[in-house]
Design a protein around this ligand. Sequence first.
Ligand SMILES: NC(=O)c1ccc[n+]([C@@H]2O[C@H](COP(=O)([O-])OP(=O)(O)OC[C@H]3O[C@@H](n4cnc5c(N)ncnc54)[C@H](OP(=O)(O)O)[C@@H]3O)[C@@H](O)[C@H]2O)c1
Length: 302
Amino acid sequence: MAESLVNAANRTIGESALEVGPFSYGLWRYTTPDVNKAQAILETALGSGMNLVDAADVYGFDWGGTGFGTVEELLGKVLAQAPQLRDQMVLATKGGIRPPIPYDSSATALRGACEDSMRRMGVDVIDVYQVHRPDMLTHPAEVAETLAALRDEGKIREAGVSNYTPDQVAALQAHLPFPLATTQPEYSAMHLDPLRDGTFDQAMALGIAPMAWSPLAGGRLATGDDVPPALLATLDELAAREGVDRSIISLAFVLAHPSAPICIVGTQTPERITGSLDALGVQLDRNDVYNIIEASEGVPLP
Ligand SMILES: NC(=O)c1ccc[n+]([C@@H]2O[C@H](COP(=O)([O-])OP(=O)(O)OC[C@H]3O[C@@H](n4cnc5c(N)ncnc54)[C@H](OP(=O)(O)O)[C@@H]3O)[C@@H](O)[C@H]2O)c1
């Protein structure tokens, strides 16, 4: 049998050499009003090796939340009642989206966002602070200066970006006195842009860890809604062969790129969090992965 491309190894990110699992746990949908339930969900994720926890100040503003900052506040409540969990995680959050502007990464705004996030979560350092979306109206030198100052002050350990084009990454990196640790694009069997838009190539060239958001296309790859029939058929065929369900094949697909993406799991269902680990044992060879790409795009590769 051909070698599996699914990379189940831990990843090392940033100059601090933070070690994280192949899965991260994402908090976009972490909007339960029940703090004990929130603690149990987080413990399940951490217990499954998903030690890179991905929050954002804007989480809670949409998707079932009650407002800007409420997901970080919930995480803060969980950490207040279970402080031991802080040491078990590499804590990542994001700032820079300011509804309704929509983006503001100016020095005052980004510094304020970071400090507000620290206060909401009750932490004295953020391990990976990410600019959530590029603010096209702030010079990258200003963003870099803010991130470098926050790092010098010990408020953040590493910095990353999300939804940046490779050129935007290069422009920011050119002004930063330390390497970016992470870049966070959308990537799944339904959304293949990072394969060709330079995101993964740049990550491999510069040693930046890619974090793939919405690896199940927000759940569509599990439910099948609005998924091209050929892609569903290919995923189902592989699922039957591997003895797992289609969502597990979809997670394995994300882990099979040579840039070693960190796959951000977003389910709030404990059994689905632990079940995600089945993807680490899935065997996908080069032919399988190309079949998924071709089925997703609906045309054979040249
Ligand atoms: N940087 C950015 O701009 C950005 C944008 C979006 C997301 N993100 C990050 O990526 C993380 C993951 O995103 P995501 O939540 O969209 O991930 P996802 O894994 O693509 O989707 C998760 C959704 O799929 C559902 N689901 C999972 N398995 C299922 C199954 N077997 N059957 C039916 N439904 C299933 C979940 O429902 P249940 O919860 O009910 O299980 C949940 O609603 C976020 O938490 C966030 O950290 C970043």
